[in-house]
Design a protein around this ligand. Structure first.
Ligand SMILES: Nc1ncnc2c1ncn2[C@@H]1O[C@H](COP(=O)(O)OP(=O)(O)OP(=O)(O)O)[C@@H](O)[C@H]1O
Ligand SMILES: [Mg+2]
Length: 288
């Protein structure tokens, strides 16, 4: 049984009005414990809507979300349990930060879990340290922070609940390369350190290749493809058709392959590229 699963999940904004939009149409996905899932798709394909349904923030128009095989809306207790077990970090951190200080914002989730004050305090300090927010910033108003800091505080606010499934909606958008790297290694570290499950929405194929174990491709409110990073990026033509791409390094290696160089096309990260070039250079030595 999958940890988290959807069954014919559909969502319509403004149902019954002339402005209704089908944001999600009969989506079926399965997420296993310990996966790092990347969700990719063009703007408006339904990614954020799906994420908000997965933690029960939105109510499905039809279909179900199952956590441990049980509908997350089956009872009030299950709904609450889902909020804590499936932590969602919004696409725009401004939507998530509403307290007067950084400390209060990070503490909001754990406080709602009815933990002791000492435990809440520990969770806040640990989460802040984890995302690289110094304690000297605890009294700062979240809106006085930079974009990257806001995002890290928002992530800390979710991590402090220690969710079994951590959902991050576009966590690296708008960040400079250093900020991106920091967030990506933080995500990977969360999964490696805790064995918990992570779902990341991303527009960056380079980021996806770096961290994901599986990929879900959304297109026009539906799931177009799911598979491992290799399986999805092998379908470069299909991805291009729907306005997506493959990682830049993959484009380079595909081009080299087409030009007749003896390189693999299945190169998705710079690390793999390095190993592939090393392999070819070593082969050259053997032949000499
Ligand atoms: N609050 C809303 N009211 C009405 N329509 C909405 C609302 N939020 C999203 N939509 C519409 O639902 C569809 C799916 O939107 P969603 O935000 O889930 O897409 P997305 O894949 O996350 O896009 P992006 O990559 O831009 O974040 C789009 O057509 C969008 O315009
Ligand atoms: Mg979105």
């Amino acid at each position: 049984m999958a940890l988290l699963q959807t069954e014919n999940l559909s969502y319509i904004y403004g149902e019954g009005t002339p402005f209704c939009v089908t944001a999600l149409d009969k989506v079926n996905i399965e997420i296993e414990k310990g996966d790092i899932i990347a969700v990719i798709g063009q703007t408006g394909s339904g990614k954020s809507t799906l994420m908000q349904l997965l933690n029960g923030l939105l109510k499905p128009t039809s279909g179900r979300v199952l956590l441990d095989g049980e509908d997350i809306r089956s009872s009030k207790a299950k709904k609450l349990e889902t909020r804590f077990r499936v932590g969602l970090c919004f696409q725009y951190p401004e939507y998530q930060l509403f307290e007067n200080t950084v400390y209060e914002d990070i503490a909001f989730g754990p406080k709602n879990m009815e933990l002791s004050d000492a435990e809440v305090d520990k969770r806040v300090r640990d989460a802040a340290k984890y995302v690289g927010i110094p304690e000297s910033a605890f009294k700062t108003h979240p809106f006085d922070l930079s974009g990257g800091e806001k995002r890290r505080v928002a992530i800390a606010g979710v991590i402090s609940m220690e969710p079994e499934i951590l959902i991050l909606d576009e966590p690296t958008s708008g960040l400079d390369p250093k900020g991106r790297e920091q967030i990506l290694s933080l995500i990977k570290n969360y999964r490696d350190r805790t064995g918990k499950t992570v779902i990341v929405v991303s527009h960056s194929m380079n980021d996806v290749a770096k961290i994901a174990s599986r990929v879900i491709v959304m297109y026009q409110s539906k799931v177009l493809m799911t598979g491992t990073v290799d399986e999805v990026f092998e379908q470069s033509e299909k991805l291009t058709e729907i306005g997506l791409s493959v990682p830049q390094i993959t484009e380079v290696f595909t081009k080299l392959h087409t030009l007749g160089y003896p390189v693999s096309e299945k190169v998705y990260t710079t690390k793999q590229a390095f190993l592939e070039i090393k392999r070819i250079l070593n082969r050259g030595k053997d032949n000499a």
